[in-house]
Design a protein around this ligand. Structure first.
Ligand code: UDP
Length: 336
């Protein structure tokens, strides 16, 4: 299939573009590099050969429609959105404009071009229940930040659109994607001080940060630090291919799938695994809790296994080894 990867220069999008090509599909990447770098395209091409790339601002409806008219994709995987929870609290309007703007442009352009398949990036942040594991059937959903609200509302918008059209839509709820391509060619490259744990650990290991601050050790968990379901980005990239191929069968209107391993790992456990992977000490201190953090979150990933034949296969050690390979080979990320 010709697959438009909207936001394909981003962290998950770039790995997905590579896995699409490996699976025999043709990725067509669109990005405006708002939170990424043209170097990503070079890296993708070093792995899978020449790819079609378009520099487009996907909040621009006319430009998006023209893109679809010229490349006529069979399907869209829509990653193009802002994703930092804390920043969304400070700049809510930017988040609403960008995340809804790109969604509306893509839906409008799909209608004009007759594209029927859409895979949408959602997030486990929508789960509001007290206790994991979370299943797709959980009814207690929350929006704890403007970012979270864009995901929750986009799911609702897409559910309404699916009911009224003949589109085939997948809502993919990601848990905590980490790691990078096993070659060390691609990985996560946050701008500024990383918000997320894995890139922070990598930057401490490579000497860019002095030490990790663990946000709270008084949670009701075995070691007092928060539990999360870390998932290798290559497994997540494969999940997009599996969802796309399932939607292409044509019998699904809209369906939600969780993507996680089904296991929780604590902050201290991840730190220790990373230390082992990089062979360097990762100094840390215990700090106060971070506002908005929940104690634990992990997926029930059984629906994805039953319906897509997808199961996470990479371990926490693989995730740390690949994050470290990426960071040590590219200490400054895509800026090298
Ligand atoms: N965390 C931490 N120090 C950091 C960054 C994150 O202790 O510098 C903790 C955070 O409190 C959470 C876990 O690591 O318990 C995962 O955080 P991340 O931001 O990566 O994912 P999310 O909270 O969005 O699930």
């Amino acid at each position: 299939m010709r697959v438009l990867v909207a936001g394909g220069a981003g962290y998950i999008g770039s790995h997905t573009a590579v896995q699409l090509a490996e699976a025999g599909h043709t990725p067509i990447i669109a990005d405006n590099f708002a939170n990424s770098s043209p170097e990503v395209i070079t890296r993708i091409e070093s792995l899978v050969g020449k790819v079609e790339f378009h520099e487009v601002d996907l909040t621009d409806r006319r430009a998006t429609a023209e893109l679809f008219a010229s490349c006529r994709p069979d399907a869209v995987i829509h990653f193009a959105a802002l994703k930092a929870v804390g920043e969304s609290v400070e700049r809510p309007l930017d988040y609403y404009e960008t995340n809804f703007g790109t969604l509306f442009s893509v839906l409008g352009a799909m209608k004009e071009a007759g594209t029927k398949i859409l895979v949408f990036s959602s997030s486990a942040t929508v789960y509001g229940g007290d206790h994991p594991p979370f299943t797709e059937e959980d009814e207690e959903l929350v929006a704890l930040s403007p970012y979270g609200y864009t995901k929750l509302a986009s799911e609702r918008i897409l559910t309404d659109v699916a009911a009224a059209t003949d589109l085939h839509i997948g809502l993919l709820r990601y848990f905590n994607p980490v790691g990078g391509h096993p070659s060390g060619t691609m990985g996560e490259d946050p701008r500024g001080i990383p918000n997320n744990l894995m890139p922070y650990l990598s930057q401490v290991a490579v000497g860019r940060r002095e030490k990790l601050t663990v946000f709270g050790d008084d949670y009701p968990t075995p070691d007092g630090t928060c539990l999360r379901d870390y998932l290798h980005v290559m497994d997540l990239a494969d999940a997009h291919v599996a969802a796309l191929e399932r939607l292409a069968k044509g019998d699904i209107s809209v369906r939600t799938w969780n993507f996680g391993t089904g296991k929780g790992t604590s902050v201290l456990e991840l730190r220790e695994a990373f230390e082992k992977a990089c062979g360097r000490p990762i100094p840390y201190e215990i700090g106060p809790r971070r506002a908005g953090d929940r104690a634990d979150s992990w997926a029930d990933p059984s629906r994805a296994e039953e319906e897509l034949g997808w199961k996470a296969s990479r371990t926490i050690d693989d995730m740390c080894a690949d994050s470290w390979r990426w960071q040590s080979m590219n200490p400054r990320g895509y800026g090298q």
